[in-house]
Design a protein. Structure first.
Length: 524
């Protein structure tokens, strides 16, 4: 039995007429007010019609049921997206419904968007951030919910269209009418196909952008490999007369922290324990301090070039301090009095430690320079050459030398271009048949590039090359084929420069992610 409701129809009519008078004024209705008045009139007439037929109770119950089913489905979809990947996102049903309603409110704003992409995510993200979630996770979750809900909507729509077509396929009069409206139908079909194509294209762009910002949750910490380091130390001649230490970033403790391995003892020490992600350690010229990057949120992928600050670690005391905010991939000057870093992916900044003064040395988007969309990756400055070695991404792609007068020389493709300690040559990562990657050496005067190192065996996907302060050892990371810098199982290796390529020593034995090593050797 449906509940019955008694509506004073005369009151509804009077309310409708009064609202019409208020909004219409002297009969000079503008477009928006006219539409609002029409909506109010139609709503009033619909309610009166439903009341006369005695179905107002059913209408209200069905309307409520539709909304409950809608938000229940969206809640389950939301939980499915969040499950197992976003620990900082709430699953409380009240909070989730608030976020979903906020997203729909954003989608309803009178802004020029395609399928409400952008405004929907903005509304939901604001609500989730207010509830304590991180911005990065909130954006990705709301985008995923939006995409999946659109897919489900279109799936139901297409399915209903197919069922309707099958149900009327034998009714001749419907097809006779369809013939008369064939032109209109074809236009509608092409319009629908265009919308679907545009939606698919937009989805592809969004997924590509998500991929470029990296994974939204940290990788598995992996596990240790049962190969005693003493065997490697006692049997590998690379460790003969080798005294110093290697520092790199490792996620073996759950998140990326800095670790130090002494040479030749091979004793591993954890240097940092902060819950935020840390990577790109660079040892000072005197070996006493370490520059590194720390993320502004607990987990940030290294593909994200923006959410990082530069910190300084004192190896003697173990203390850390913040040097510069929004500063990524720092490096040292030869005298250790200055550091350099990248800010907002397009500024190369010089920072003097004594007075904390910053100077923008180079910036994309300047007049007679590179477009502002071009990003700087791991730039390294040579005092001897008065030039930057840098990888460009975004509006340009490749490795370049940026001279003092800001003119450019293209070295080639590849990435992680760097100077040798005495600036006599450049080295970089580029593609090679075996394993996909190798290290190449470049003459800075002629830009002639030659294969420098390509490890034999399974670990031949090389990255993160760094020459020791003494100029005679190369430390690097290599995987068996995994590519992602902060997720793949990279191991850390040493190679005496100039020796046979097979003459390497393995420093790490762990299935987690180890990356961006640096090495400091004592002169004996």
């Amino acid at each position: 039995m449906w509940p019955s409701f008694a509506f004073p129809l005369s009151n509804l009519q009077r309310v409708s007429e009064r609202l019409s008078e208020i909004f219409s004024g002297n009969g000079k209705e503008n477009g928006k007010i006219e539409r609002l008045v029409k909506l109010l009139r139609d709503t009033s007439l619909s309610l009166q019609h439903a009341a006369r037929r005695g179905i107002i109770g059913r209408v209200l119950v069905l309307s409520l049921g539709v909304r409950i089913a809608k938000y229940a489905g969206l809640y389950l979809l939301f939980c499915g997206v969040v499950s197992g990947s976003f620990s900082d996102i709430t699953k409380d049903i009240v909070d989730v419904v608030i976020a979903l309603i906020s997203a729909e409110a954003g989608a309803g704003l009178p802004l020029p968007t395609f399928m409400s992409f952008g405004t929907y995510e903005a509304g939901g993200t604001l609500a989730l951030v207010a509830l304590g979630a991180s911005k990065a996770s909130s954006i990705v979750v709301m985008l995923a919910v939006h995409i999946w809900s659109q897919c489900i909507d279109y799936a139901f729509g297409i399915g209903a269209t197919i069922l309707f077509t099958l149900s009327v396929i034998n009714q001749e009069h419907i097809f006779n009418k369809a013939k008369k409206d064939s032109i209109r139908h074809w236009k509608m079909l092409f319009s629908a196909l265009f919308i679907l194509f545009a939606g698919g294209f937009f989805l592809g762009v969004q997924l590509w952008k998500m991929h470029k910002t990296g994974w939204v949750h940290p990788p598995s910490p992996g596990k240790a490999i049962s190969i005693p380091s003493t065997i490697e130390r006692t049997t590998n001649p690379v460790f003969d007369n080798l005294h110093g230490f290697v520092i790199w970033s490792s996620n073996r403790f759950g998140n990326h922290d800095l670790v130090m391995l002494t040479l030749p003892e091979l004793e591993l020490t954890r240097l940092t324990t902060d819950p935020h992600t840390e990577y790109f350690p660079r040892i000072s010229p005197n070996g006493g301090k370490v520059l590194f990057c720390r993320s502004q949120e607990p987990w940030v992928s290294q593909r994200n070039k923006f959410a990082w600050d530069t910190w300084l670690l004192d190896l003697k005391t173990g203390t850390t301090r913040l040097l510069a905010e929004n500063a990524n991939t720092p490096t040292w000057s030869p005298d250790g009095e200055k550091i350099y870093f990248v800010r907002q992916a397009n500024q190369f900044v010089e920072y003097t430690l004594a007075n904390q003064k910053e100077i923008v040395v180079f910036e994309t988007g300047e007049k007679h320079s590179l477009n502002a969309s071009i990003q700087l990756e791991t730039p390294a400055r040579s005092d001897t050459k008065q030039a930057l070695a840098v990888t460009l991404r975004g509006g340009a792609r490749g490795t370049f030398i940026i001279n003092k007068d800001k003119s450019l020389q293209q070295v080639g493709r590849g990435c992680q271009l760097n100077w040798s300690p005495d600036s006599s040559f450049l080295y970089l990562v580029d593609h090679q048949k075996a394993g996909g990657n190798a290290f190449f050496r470049v003459n800075p005067e002629t830009l002639e590039k030659k294969l420098w190192f390509d490890a034999p065996g399974a670990f031949s996907h090389e990255y993160f090359p760094k020459i020791s302060n003494t100029g005679d050892m190369l430390v690097f990371g290599a995987s068996t084929g995994g590519h992602e810098h902060d997720r793949a199982d990279y191991e850390i290796f040493l190679w005496p420069i100039g020796s046979p390529m097979g003459n390497i020593a393995r420093l790490s034995f762990h299935t987690g992610n180890d990356n961006w090593p640096d090495i400091y050797l004592y002169s004996l």
